[in-house]
Design a binder for this molecule. Structure first.
Ligand code: NAP
Length: 321
């Protein structure tokens, strides 16, 4: 089976740890379902894995990829949910201490086939392409939970998205605008800020620029480069939801600001199956689709990783089988 795998850890040159080649199919756990992958999406998580973050040497080689859409053996079109919880765990599977994402413990989606527990399959909405379904996994699910579960944003509020044109930013802006939020965005270039405006941002600003007012919530995935601005931009009692740290995970904590203004700092990771169902329904009702930066054949997955690693991708980088 053709697959894109991490075969070693390379902190400084992640692409050197990538192998795109025929690989033996792993023996799936009992009762898991096989999906013939038709489209899969790349995420920064895959680059972290190639760097060795969250993927210890004893689990290598490992098929990469969290997101996919494809067909089951009986021909049903499905979208794959990447969060695999312990089958005995009850409740929000993102809080299961034993939960894992596809490609961390079990082979991921960047392959001709992927095996998942049946509960990790959702029907592909009618009329959708496999690309449209695959593009919504990690990035859009994370954005949905950040906005509606963690920040508890409601129509009419103002939120700030740090980063303009990445995969998660695209989702935060499109979902937030469709839900009646005033979405402000910071971005690194006029071109990338223009993309956010096209997706529904009410106003955009250069990274670190003073805003015209304070916001109800900040959606943060950039990390060190924007954290201070995020803390300063919040109203008293506002929510700072953090799901990533692309530029570094050790910024100044700004504790005086946090306690004086009683800010709520909330971590967020992925989402539940139920949130994924609601996300698919929301996107179908509102006519939302992820911006697709580029589509590559699985055999050319190296080009897809290079594009993601360049930092210039606008929206999602996809692979098709
Ligand atoms: N916790 C979770 O479950 C979860 C899920 C998904 C993603 N994540 C994390 O979230 C982060 C973003 O993911 P993604 O898929 O959106 O990545 P991406 O598509 O590569 O986008 C990167 C974003 O970071 C911004 N950025 C990068 N360097 C910056 C800098 N020096 N200053 C200001 N902004 C900068 C970019 O802003 P511009 O567009 O303005 O250039 C862009 O919006 C990653 O670290 C990822 O690992 C976490």
């Amino acid at each position: 089976m053709l697959a894109a795998r991490a075969v070693r850890a390379s902190p400084d040159d992640p692409l050197s740890a990538l192998e795109v080649a025929d690989a033996p199919a792993a023996e799936p756990p009992a009762g898991w379902v096989r999906v013939a992958v038709r489209a899969a999406a790349l995420n920064r998580h895959d680059l972290w894995s190639l760097r060795g973050v969250g993927l210890p040497a004893e689990r290598l080689p490992m098929v990469l990829g969290c997101d996919a859409a494809g067909t089951t053996d009986d021909g049903a079109p499905v979208v794959v949910h990447a969060v695999v919880g312990d089958e005995d765990f009850r409740g929000d599977e993102t809080l299961d201490p034993r939960r894992t994402l596809l490609s961390e413990l079990h082979p991921g989606t960047l392959a001709e086939h992927v095996w998942v527990p049946r509960r990790n399959l959702l029907p592909l909405p009618a009329g959708w392409s496999f690309e449209r379904g695959a593009a919504l996994g990690t990035a859009w699910l994370t954005a949905y939970r950040m906005l509606f579960t963690q920040a508890r944003a409601v129509p009419g509020q103002t939120v700030l998205v740090q980063g303009a044109a990445g995969g998660v930013s695209n989702a935060l802006v499109a979902l937030g605008a469709a839900a009646g939020l005033r979405v402000w965005v910071t971005g690194r270039s006029p071109e990338r800020r223009a993309r956010a405006e096209a997706w529904g941002a009410a106003a955009t600003f250069a990274t670190g620029e003073r805003l015209p007012g304070r916001v109800d919530a900040v959606l943060e995935t950039v990390g060190r480069a924007t954290w201070e601005h995020s803390v300063r931009s919040l109203k008293p009692g506002g929510a700072l939801v953090v799901a990533g740290a692309t530029t570094g995970a050790d910024p100044s904590a700004m504790l005086q600001n946090v306690f004086f203004r009683q800010l709520r700092v909330l971590g967020s990771t992925m989402g539940t199956r139920e949130e994924f169902e609601r996300l698919l329904s929301f996107c179908a009702l509102a006519g939302l689709a992820a911006e697709v930066d580029s589509v590559h054949a699985l055999a050319d997955a190296r080009d897809a990783f290079a594009r993601l690693g360049s930092g210039e991708a606008v929206g999602k980088v996809l692979v098709t089988v």
